[in-house]
Design a protein around this ligand. Structure first.
Ligand SMILES: [Zn+2]
Length: 447
């Protein structure tokens, strides 16, 4: 017998009943059916008998042991009896109570630690200051777009990632993260509460759906509208703007791609996000945003049709989006495909970043890639001394020849024309020198 009875009764009839009930044969099966023991006093039904027995006796099965202390486990029904020794899987009641208590203590300590860490973090947040006048050009631009997207909450208010969706067609959180990282925005535990945070190893982590942000005040003028308008709103330069445009335009294309995949009941391959963004980025260097929409539309048509093939499915087909886009892009470049004039979908607004790009730089989804590169390029022009040094030889040659030919005025006039049409100083001098150093003015005009 592998079971041990602990009988809580001194009534001989009850003791006899319990022994009959728990009598087992060699195979550990009950010797008697319950119906044979009924009725017993006021007990008439089998389930009532089981409860009666349970109330008067604790049963241990020595083939089942506590996973912690190894003692025999309590069983409550005859079907639970095991004929052979079992691998210990669960703790006994005493050990379980101890484990539960230890867990409760650990959880309470973790909660207290979290409270403490959030409190320390809150103190640091309250003390945060920044210098608005040193915010880089591109970040000031994003901040201005953010102000427009969540007005009037940027000044003194708190906002979530979700509140900032009007910033860009999609991936607004990417721009918020940049502002956060640079110290212009801060999370504010006072607004979000401790539940927005959790401790991960030694770091304080956050729940993106609960975290709330605020504008960090300027160290001199504070965080009001006045300080913002004085120091953040400024004459914008091109510094960092081309990279920002590409980030924005990639988001614009991702929004379009997602929309079209939904439209054609296809899936978005999340694990391929970076690969797709990279292919879009490459295409945007040569094509306007709306041309890339056109390429993406073609890609979605192919993906959608391929997903119905016998040996494919939606996931497998969606996995090829990036490579299909690269193929479409190469094909369009080689064959100079007419990509048509795609219009912005009403469901994908340009966002406040898009509005500002249009207002301040006169570019949008229809602008050619080459025009954008020219409009936003922040390559520092060579300084004057460098330019002078680079054109010195040409200028000497040009002036000597032009004066000797009597075409000095024409050479200067043509030089001015070239520069007015957008040529750089060095390029223009080189071109004019090539012509006037050898030929008289008349020949140039017929070139
Ligand atoms: Zn135990």
């Amino acid at each position: 017998m592998t079971i041990k009875l602990e009988i809580h009764s001194t009534d001989p009839e009850v003791i006899a009943l319990i022994q009959r009930y728990w009598a087992l044969n060699e195979e550990c099966k009950p010797v008697e059916n319950v119906s044979a023991m009924l009725p017993f006093r006021e007990v008439l039904k089998p389930h009532a008998l089981a409860a009666y027995i349970k109330a008067h006796c604790t049963v241990y099965d020595e083939n089942q042991n506590c996973s912690v202390c190894g003692s025999a486990l309590v069983i409550t029904s005859r079907s639970e009896v095991k004929r052979f020794k079992q691998h210990p899987l669960r703790p006994c009641a005493v050990c379980k109570a101890e484990l539960d208590e230890a867990r409760r203590v650990a959880e309470a300590k973790a909660e207290a630690d979290l409270q403490e860490r959030v409190a320390q973090h809150t103190e640091r947040v309250i003390a945060k200051k920044t210098d608005y006048s040193t915010i880089p050009n591109d970040l000031a631009f994003v901040l201005m777009a953010l102000e427009r997207a969540i007005a009037p909450r940027l000044f003194g208010g708190r906002f979530t990632f979700n509140d900032c969706q009007a910033l860009a067609p999609t991936h607004s959180e990417m721009f918020i993260n940049r502002l956060w990282k640079s110290g212009v925005l801060s999370d504010d535990p006072r607004a979000a509460g401790t539940s927005a945070y959790f401790a991960n190893a030694n770091e304080l982590n956050y729940d993106p759906n609960k975290i709330r942000f605020m504008l960090v005040p300027d160290e001199l003028l504070g965080g009001g509208e006045e300080a913002f308008n004085e120091l953040v709103v400024r004459p914008f330069t091109n510094e960092g703007m081309l990279a920002l445009w590409y980030e924005y335009a990639v988001a614009d294309c991702m929004a379009y791609l997602n929309n079209q995949l939904q439209e054609f009941r296809q899936v978005f391959p999340v694990h391929k996000t970076e690969e797709i963004k990279s292919a879009i980025y490459t295409a945007l260097k040569y094509y306007s945003t709306r041309d890339v929409w056109s390429l993406l539309w073609r890609v979605v048509q192919t993906v959608s049709s391929n997903s119905n093939h016998k040996y494919s499915n939606k996931e497998r087909s969606a996995g090829t989006i990036a490579s299909k886009l690269r193929l479409q892009f190469e094909k369009a470049r080689k064959e100079k495909t007419d990509l048509g004039e795609w219009n912005r979908l009403k469901s994908i607004p340009a966002g406040t970043l898009g509005q500002l790009f249009y207002e301040l730089y006169d570019i949008d989804e229809t602008t050619d890639a080459s025009v954008i590169i020219k409009a936003l390029s922040d390559e520092e022009p060579l300084d004057r001394e460098e330019i002078e040094a680079s054109i010195d030889a040409h200028v000497k040659q040009l002036m000597t020849s032009a004066l000797a030919n009597g075409s000095g005025a024409a050479a200067i006039y043509d030089l001015a024309e070239l520069i007015r049409n957008g040529a750089g100083i060095s390029d223009a001098v080189e071109q004019i020198a090539e012509i006037y150093a050898k030929h008289p003015a008349e020949e140039f005009s017929t070139c």
